[in-house]
Design a binder for this molecule. Structure first.
Ligand code: KG4
Ligand code: ZN
Length: 411
């Protein structure tokens, strides 16, 4: 089965085409046929965070060029007619997509006129590709951004008569952790699952810019949320603290680099920050107190390099302590065999190392995506979508909506 994944929940526009076969066991295999992503980091950096309407505009601009690239890389040909038409310098064949369909597509993309224009040109030049389903992120995330992807999926579904699988972005992050990772530069490399039946129950730790939560998974893809952040997400805390220290967005990698520098030159952390809710009985998190503590340490002063790396290190230690303690407790209480970590913060080397040490001791398998697949991408959406497509869990395009607050819990 060939699945086209589309991701636009935040500031990454991504499209990926995979070919997958088998069910959720050793028979599962997939390969990437085409994968493309445009990061809007530089667009949002001057604002110190993601601007939803700017993200929406960028997604509208980026989706068609990315789709073109993915289809080209996967060997889906342009229409023979339009190739001839362009050679003869004639207008592309307007009969390829009937006008009635184009009118429907225009209605679907009413709020994204630039996207419609690009898509109309694209459709007039390209034959319907060999794709069985379109998997699209429908939440959670920034709603204006999500809508662009959802409407794009609806438009393609209308043009090509292909069903849509709506995918939860957080399920996508978790799906990325359970597969062996293809080399980003190699297409057609065959990969499979890194987990089997004996790997369940599992605990999913989702740590991203918008979410921090722990879920119990008894079987894929049944998620029961057992704890979540009561205020800021851990990635958001990384970003906000970086901003307070005058470091660019996104702050996670900036803080991580400085924290690592501090560990190289000083054995113990000279600073002490709180570990919010670490000893609390619930599995909930809170990171806003940590942010306030950092604000107090800074106290409006211009920081020296030495102070910056101290704060970065102690903040990263505090975040790691809390994440590790809660995850371990969840593992023990639920007899988990595996921990799946997903989301952008799972790219953090120190947090990964700390989780690994703690879980090795308990003989629990730790599955974390390779750093290049930890942040938002469309492969994760195509992968998660595949298992739903197998069960024909398709959406009615007329009622499919983007949902900014969509929850991962589904049991
Ligand atoms: O999953 P993601 O790409 O987008 C969301 O779904 O939110 O996560 C982005 C978040 C940002 O907050 C970013 O600062 C953080 O992941 N991040 C990191 C690292 N790389 C990305 N946080 C800590 N250490 C990193 N190395
Ligand atoms: Zn994400």
């Amino acid at each position: 089965m060939k699945i086209l994944g589309i991701e636009t929940s935040c500031d990454e526009t991504a499209v990926c085409l995979i070919e997958a076969s088998g069910t959720f066991d050793a028979s599962f295999q997939f390969k990437i046929l085409g994968n493309a992503l445009i990061s809007q980091t530089a667009v949002h950096a001057p604002y110190g965070g993601v601007f939803p309407n700017l993200a929406k505009r960028e997604h509208s601009r980026n989706l068609v060029p990315l789709l073109k690239q993915v289809l080209r890389d996967s060997g889906n040909p342009k229409s023979s007619h339009s190739a001839k038409a362009s050679k003869d310098k004639q207008e592309p064949n307007p009969e390829q997509i009937p006008n009635s369909k184009l009118e429907n597509i225009q209605i679907i993309l009413e709020r994204e006129p630039e996207l419609f224009e690009r898509l109309e040109n694209f459709l007039s030049e390209h034959e319907g590709p060999n794709i069985d389903a379109i998997a699209v992120t429908h939440g959670p995330g920034l709603e204006p951004a999500l809508w662009v992807g959802v409407n794009f999926a609806k438009a393609l579904s209308t043009a090509w008569n292909i069903p849509i699988v709506p995918v939860n972005h957080l399920e996508g992050h978790s799906a990325m952790s359970i597969v062996s990772h293809p080399d980003t530069s190699l297409y057609n490399e065959v990969s499979g699952l890194r987990i089997n039946e004996s790997g369940f129950p599992a605990i999913a730790l989702v740590i991203s810019g918008g979410h921090t939560e722990l879920d119990l998974i008894t079987e894929w893809p049944k998620f029961k949320t057992i704890g979540e952040t009561r205020d800021d997400a851990v990635g958001e805390a990384f970003d906000k603290i970086a901003r307070m220290m005058g470091l660019p967005y996104p702050g996670g990698p900036e803080i991580a680099r400085r924290a690592s520098r501090s560990r190289q030159i000083q054995e113990v952390s000279p600073l002490e920050l709180p570990r919010p809710m670490m000893k609390d009985e619930s599995y909930d998190f809170s990171f806003s107190g940590l942010k306030t503590a950092v604000r107090n340490v800074i106290g409006g002063r211009t920081l020296t390099y030495a102070k910056k790396i101290e704060i970065a290190r102690e903040f990263e230690d505090a975040a790691a302590d809390v994440l590790v303690a809660k995850t371990l407790r969840a593992v023990e209480e639920h007899g988990a065999q595996t921990v799946l970590v997903g989301g952008g913060v799972s790219a953090n080397t120190h947090i990964k190392q700390r989780l690994k040490e703690a879980l090795d001791e308990q003989d629990v398998q730790l599955l974390i995506p390779a750093p290049e697949w930890a942040t938002d991408n469309a492969l994760m959406i195509a992968l998660a979508g595949y298992f739903h497509a197998l069960k024909k869990e398709f959406a009615d395009p007329a009622s499919l909506r983007a949902s900014g607050n969509l929850r991962l819990a589904n049991v």
